[in-house]
Design a protein. Structure first.
Length: 107
């Protein structure tokens, strides 16, 4: 990914493909009952769960999204916002790091 401006769909597609390629599951979160859920829940080896909100470059989460993200984080789950090439790379690096730490230190 090289573009200074990238769409939400590109970020979501590429990170989801990466998670699939490393053997995880990329679950699209859709709910009629809870507004503001992150776009994806990534299920990774070792029982790791990471939530990710995708935004086009320059866009930020809405107030309800930020509220729901904070509630999920309070439960102990990481919630990432990917809105740039840099944050996309940071999300990928965090996923790799979490998997590596779980392999080293176990459950």
């Amino acid at each position: 990914m090289k573009s200074a401006e990238t769409s939400e769909k590109v970020f979501e597609r590429t990170l989801s493909k990466y998670v699939d390629d490393i053997g995880g599951m990329a679950v699209k979160l859709l709910s009629q009952f809870i507004k503001g859920l992150p776009d994806r829940m990534y299920l990774l080896h070792g029982g790791i769960v990471v939530f990710v909100e995708f935004k086009s470059t320059g866009k930020k989460p809405t107030k309800i999204q930020s509220y729901i993200h904070a509630k999920i984080q309070a439960l102990g789950f990481p919630v990432l916002v990917v809105d740039s090439v840099e944050t996309h790379e940071e999300a990928r690096n965090l996923i790799d790091h979490l998997i590596k730490m779980r392999e080293i230190y176990g459950r």
